[in-house]
Design a protein around this ligand. Structure first.
Ligand SMILES: *Cc1c(COP(=O)(O)O)cnc(C)c1O
Length: 376
């Protein structure tokens, strides 16, 4: 099992506190956090506006069953619906990304009366039995079979293969606008539009998993906006409450009207709702979406001119950046952390993944570019 507190087998880094783009250990050693713990802290660590909102809410009400309407939950519903593309205006709240995708699959099956799900090779959608069934990597699945059935995989980015797989039995096509875990693979030009077209033609739901790409990270609030399409269901989680556990399944009316019977005890709890609304407010007030586009573009540009022959490719959008290297990406992480005080992430074996908080500035970016130039 992972999660025992050791980031690197040879040298544990034990985190004690965080502030803005930085994490600190108990001795006060500072780390510039360019992984944001897998995109979970878009507003940085302990943003004062988020902390304030949480503190106030903990004193007012920690929990009440979801069947009682709450102002703090209604505010989040409205903010999410307002942020969503096109006519998506229904919001189902839950506690994680995998649950948001479970709900998406359930809602799509219920609304269409069909069962088949088309997912993509190298896609990642979570680790509960339904979302895991739509996740590609065998390593995550093999010990736990049988998973939920009815999933067919197609190569990511191949519109012809997708079109051939979607038929009158298809409930949903589930994919990421940019594959995260799979190696920072942006959808090729026209692919998301083709997915929109074939699902619409066949009466299937298009489900976009924006759990990693969403919340301003790619330079627009949702990555789907850049393809100028509106999915039937959009899922979000990770950074939505700046680190408190939350997920959301946003859907169009035709999905919501026939979504079936679904529920969860902690869905839409007051404290996470307060944190999430505060997070959305910070993203808007500090214009973090445009900021992510600006800083991300300059990181990619500088990296492209600075790094050497060891680098195969630099790709991504906004502050979701992958650096594909010739030799293992994992071996670079301890050096970056221990010698340069910079935390990054892997994506598969060969890609170094940068998903910093959206508040990082040009100085932070320069520090990372310089460190990467040195280790690469
Ligand atoms: C992290 C992630 C998930 C799973 O979210 P959890 O909160 O870990 O369950 C699903 N899809 C994508 C694209 C992710 O990045």
């Amino acid at each position: 099992m992972t999660g025992n507190g050791f980031v690197f087998s040879e040298k544990p880094i034990r985190i004690d506190s965080g502030s803005g783009p930085y994490l600190y250990d108990a001795d006060g050693t500072e780390y510039l956090d360019f992984g944001a713990s897998y995109a979970v802290t878009p507003t940085g660590h302990c943003h004062p506006a988020v902390v304030d909102a949480v503190q106030q809410q903990t004193e007012q009400l920690l929990y009440v069953q979801g069947s009682y309407p709450l102002d703090v939950r209604d505010e989040l519903h409205s903010a999410l619906a307002a942020s969503a593309p096109g006519d998506i205006r229904n919001v189902w709240l839950c506690n994680s990304g995998t649950e948001a995708n479970e709900a998406a699959i359930k809602f799509a099956r219920s609304a269409t009366g069909r069962s088949k799900v088309v997912a993509t090779k190298r896609g990642f959608h979570g680790r509960t039995l339904g979302a895991l069934a739509a996740t590609w990597k065998q390593k995550y699945k093999e010990a736990f079979e049988p998973l939920a059935g009815g999933v067919e995989f197609v190569p990511y980015g191949d519109a012809t293969a997708l079109d051939a797989a979607v038929d009158e039995q298809t409930a949903a096509v589930l994919l990421e606008p940019i594959q995260g875990e799979g190696g920072i693979n942006p959808a090729p030009e026209g692919y998301l539009q083709a997915a929109r077209e074939t699902t619409a033609d066949n009466g299937a739901a298009l489900v976009l998993d924006e759990i990693q790409t969403g919340l301003g990270r790619t330079g627009t609030m949702w990555a789907t906006e850049q393809a100028d399409i509106v999915p039937d269901i959009l899922t979000t989680a990770k950074g939505l409450a700046s680190g408190l556990p939350i997920g959301a399944t946003l859907c169009r009316d035709w999905i919501a009207e026939d979504a079936g019977n679904h529920g969860s005890t902690f869905s839409g709890g007051p404290v996470v709702c307060a944190a999430a609304t505060a997070t959305l407010d910070v993203i808007e007030d500090e214009q973090l979406t445009d900021h992510a586009a600006d800083i991300g573009a300059s990181i990619v540009e500088e990296l492209q001119t600075a790094v050497g022959a060891d680098v195969r490719d630099i790709r991504g959008q906004g502050l979701m950046i992958g650096v594909e290297v010739k030799r293992g990406a994992n071996r670079l992480l301890p050096t970056l952390a221990l010698e340069h005080g910079i935390l990054a992430l892997p994506a598969g074996r060969s890609v170094l993944r940068l998903l910093p908080p959206l508040i990082v500035d040009h100085d932070h970016a320069d520090r990372v570019v310089n460190a990467l130039t040195e280790v690469l």
